[in-house]
Structure formats: structure tokens, C-alpha cells
Design a protein around this ligand. Sequence first.
Ligand SMILES: Nc1ncnc2c1ncn2[C@@H]1O[C@H](COP(=O)(O)OP(=O)(O)OP(=O)(O)O)[C@@H](O)[C@H]1O
Ligand SMILES: [Mg+2]
Length: 363
Amino acid sequence: MGVEVAVEGLTKSFGSQRIWQDVTLTLPAGEVSALLGPSGTGKSVFLKSLIGLLRPEQGSIVIDGTDILQCSSKELYEIRKLFGVLFQDGALFGSMNLYDNVAFPLREHTKKSESDIRKIVMDKLELVGLLGAEDKLPGEISGGMRKRAGLARALVLDPQIILVDEPDSGLDPVRTTYISQTLIDINAEIDATILIVSHNINLARTVPDNIGMLFRRELVMFGPREVLLTSDEPVVKQFLNGTMIGPIGMSEEKDEAQMAHEQALVDAGHHAGGVDDVEGIVPQMQATPGMPERQAVGRRHERVRQILHTLPESAQTAILQSYDQEEAAHVAAAVPAGYDVREDDTQVIPVYREEFDQQYGQK
Ligand SMILES: Nc1ncnc2c1ncn2[C@@H]1O[C@H](COP(=O)(O)OP(=O)(O)OP(=O)(O)O)[C@@H](O)[C@H]1O
Ligand SMILES: [Mg+2]
């Protein structure tokens, strides 16, 4: 099972420029989390800090019992082996073909034979839909293909922690969904801890178990998806609905006067963009049928139930409703051939179809 990453009081500056401060969050082991935020809020800087490529000046990052800001470089080297990282730009070696790029971590960190390496590399290239392109150089393929090659390379050591920076940038919507599905399936299969950095609203709403939001040098919120998707926090609400109305502006900060002006425009009938007609808890992407069930979902539900009483009443209702719907869909999907589903107020029960017909009459 994946490893928990516990970040506490983390602060990072470059010279006099403060990027973010006092960031505290825990990526729960074996769950998928997403870090959102407008461009330039330091999402990539955060990701690079987690693997020790950048050094925050304050706070701690504890992975598998080790604070990577305090440990020796030898310990850091060992901890890094737990990670698979897809950088925002793919970060492939320009002079190596895709095969050698993907094989690189295996040759560097393992003693596997070339024939074993070949099996793994081809397997991962197939997973990301790049079979047949292994001889190409990074400069000869599209941005989206480079991204997918980067993902293949990130997965090659079967990492327990997977960090993915903007998996959707440079990808069309269909391929973005494929990549999301791949990440969900990997989580189902090996229970890896995954952090996705993104500003794609669709991905944020449908993929992760937990969502965090960076804004104005702070972590505004971090928690289970149910909690953020029902949140009234203005920044979170605006971002998850992709509208212009709210505190986030083109140049990041807006003043009161501008917010009032924009609200007046909307009140007068101007469309503020975004997808606010589908607010609330949208269904989460599931593992491909045939894959093991995602253990993360049950663990997350359990955590949410424990804090449910602290949430606003409307959120509690929406969350419980979404659980009922999930449960109903789950039972319906598991109904064997020849069976039907009987639904009452509280539960959905598979019944044998003949019995169903006898009880409720032919449909
Ligand atoms: N190595 C560096 N040295 C100095 N400043 C840096 C460095 N890396 C990033 N920054 C600055 O940190 C800030 C945050 O950058 P970062 O790339 O983390 O943003 P981001 O949230 O990932 O944005 P995007 O969504 O556009 O990818 C920017 O102002 C950037 O200029
Ligand atoms: Mg970035």
C-alpha cells in the first residue's frame, strides 16, 4: 500500500518572493489527491519540494517516518525511490529515444536484465498508448505524446507515491480522460498514493479523493472531495465552477469594487462562464470494470463520516445523498444476469427476476 506524505507548516520563498506559507496537509496513504490553484500559485514548486528538488525554508515533509528536509542526502536518495514523478514539461532526455527514456530509471536503480527491462518498458508504453513509438526522439513527437511518455517513465518502478504535474496540459479532452482513467486504475491496482497538480476543473471534480486549493500564498483548504465540492468557501466554489465571479481574477487578486461590478453584470444577465449548472457532488471516476475495487473510497468515506457533524447541514445532506446514490449504482452494477433490483427508501436489493415479477407484476 502507498505511503502517507505529511506536510506541516511548509513555507517557501525565492529570495524576497514568498511563494506560499504555512502549508499543512496530509496526502492519505493509498488515496488520490489533487492540488489546484490559479497559474503561478506555486503548485509545481510544491510538487518539487515533496521530492526534495526544492528546499522550503520552514516546516517538515515526513515520508515513511523520515523528514526529508532534515535527513541526509543518502536517506533522501532512498526515499526518492518510492516516487514516480511526471513533471509539467515531461522532462524527457532529448537525445534518447522513448524506449531508452522509459528504461532509464530501471537501468539506473535496478539490476534487472535487459530482457526483463524490455518487458516492463513495453508494458508501460502500451499502458499510455505509445506502443510503436519507442524509437522516436522526444523532439519528433507531439506534446501530448511526450506527456504520456513521461507518465510511462514515472510508472516504471511501480512507485508507491506518484506525483503528476498537469497531466492534462497539451492533451485533448479524450486523452486527458484516458490518463485520468490510467491513474485511477493504478490506484485500484497497487493502492499507490497519488498527487495530481492541475487546473482542470473536470479532472478536479471527477478524479481525486481529496482536493487542495492554493491561493494568495496560502493553502485555502484541503480535504475529501465531498467536503470541497459542497463548500461555500468563495475561492473553492469559484474555482471548481470555473466562473469569473469570485475572488480570483485575471491578475489573481480582485478588489471589492471589481467584484461588485462583475456581480452587477451577471445580475443583468451576462453569462459569467464556467459550469455552475452542475454544482455539487458529481460521481467520481471508477476503476475500469475487472480491476480490483478502489480501497481508497471506503477509507475516505469513513474519514468523512467522522467529521460529518462539523459540516453545514446542506453539505451533510448532499454528502449522505451522494453515498446512497453511489451505493445504489454499486449494487446495480453488481446485479448478476437474471436478477433485477428492487429499490425502497433505504436500500437497493437484488432479487431474482421471477420473484420480482411475482411480487411486483410483470414490467
Ligand atoms: N527555481 C525557481 N527560482 C525562482 N523562482 C521560481 C523558481 N521556480 C518557480 N519560481 C516562481 O515561483 C512561482 C510559482 O511557480 P510554479 O511554477 O510553482 O507555479 P504553478 O502554480 O505551477 O503555475 P502553472 O499553473 O502555470 O504551472 C512563480 O512566480 C515562479 O516564477
Ligand atoms: Mg506548474
